[in-house]
Design a protein around this ligand. Structure first.
Ligand code: 0HH
Length: 207
């Protein structure tokens, strides 16, 4: 097998940051859906997707996939400290994503209102870090250089804006960062594709 292949359900979910990274950097890949799932599940090291293939090399876990692509395509900072800051921010994204996944799949009706009320507390650390790094101007959340965490953070903000459309209005630098990435020509073209527009955010129709 040659080339890149992403195996994931036809939802944004944990595949979208990977798709955004590939789209903006003009990296070609093939995409397939793991259906019927019972046939694919046993072939996945943790019984889950996304799964990424680089030729015959198989990799799962969305953050490991992002990091692999980042190392290959120079999207992982240019110093040890930049890399550590990228990792720190990405762990922050992961923490917030996990609260979102719990809301969507386990507690949507009962928990949505409270979740939205607490959203500013969850977003404030990102606002602080991105203000310090001037990310609203550069569109890069760490040290002025685009890295994999930018796609993961952008996707996190993007799905927050669907859940709570005005959630960025009290965070101007975070909004500027979001707008900057959204208006990138390749990201914007990707977000106009039928593939993106017809893909639901989550697997249960809630968003
Ligand atoms: N830590 C892993 C990572 O970051 C978590 C992966 C994960 O939760 O990669 N994978 C889920 C799919 S994401 C999985 O493989 C949630 C989307 C659900 C979409 C459902 C189907 C939609 C059909 C159109 N789940 C399958 C499983 O655990 O058996």
């Amino acid at each position: 097998m040659t080339g890149y292949k992403l195996l994931y359900f036809t939802v944004r979910g944990r595949g979208e940051a990977i798709r955004l990274l590939l789209a903006e950097n003009g990296i070609e890949f093939e995409e397939a859906s793991p259906t019927p799932w019972p046939e694919y599940k046993p072939k996945m090291p943790f019984g889950q997707v996304p799964c990424f293939y680089d030729g015959d090399f198989q990799l799962v876990q969305s953050n490991a996939i992002l990091r692999y692509l980042a190392r290959k395509h120079d999207l992982y900072g240019s110093s040890l400290q930049s890399q550590a800051k990228i990792d720190m921010l990405n762990d922050g994204v992961e923490d917030v994503r996990n609260t979102y996944v719990k809301l969507i799949y386990q507690n949507y009706e009962a928990g949505k209102e409270e979740y939205i009320k607490n959203l500013p507390n969850a977003l404030q650390p990102f606002e602080n870090l991105l203000t310090a790094s001037d990310a609203g101007v550069t569109g890069a959340s760490v040290d002025g250089k685009r890295s994999f965490v930018d796609y993961n953070l952008f996707d996190l903000l993007d799905i927050r804006c669907v859940l709570a459309p005005n959630c960025l209005s009290e965070f101007p630098p975070l909004k500027a960062f979001y707008d900057k990435i959204a208006s990138d020509p390749k990201i914007s073209a990707y977000r106009q594709t039928e593939g993106f527009k017809t893909r639901s955010i989550n697997g249960n129709g809630k968003q």
